[in-house]
Design a protein around this ligand. Structure first.
Ligand code: SF4
Length: 95
């Protein structure tokens, strides 16, 4: 199988601290129907258990900077796939 084209492999890290999804990302999630008005996430194919874990995860993103919430990464246009605890990231500039 061909490997997906990507520029970076970014390690997914976990924290016990409470992480906040930035407001602009929340707005985007709501717009695309991935978050309801109460701020509850609705990601396709993601079980509540997985979602709970994802909320504790972050990446030191080469584009957006250290400590980027994994949910933000998951819905990022550069996100290709998650393989063995790493995100395959296209690494394109983000607006
Ligand atoms: S997919 Fe997006 S958020 Fe995730 S590491 Fe790449 S640029 Fe950063």
């Amino acid at each position: 199988m061909d490997e997906l084209e990507h520029k970076y492999e970014v390690e997914v890290k976990s924290t016990e601290k409470r992480q906040k999804i930035p407001d602009n990302v929340k707005a985007e999630l709501k717009e695309s129907g991935m978050m309801d008005d109460k701020g509850k996430l609705k990601l396709k194919g993601v079980s509540p258990k997985m979602l709970k874990r994802m909320k504790q995860e972050y990446v030191d993103c080469p584009i957006l900077g250290d400590g980027t919430h994994f949910i933000q990464c998951f819905v990022c246009s550069n996100f290709q796939s998650r393989v063995m605890g790493n995100v395959l990231c296209k690494g394109d500039p983000l607006k």
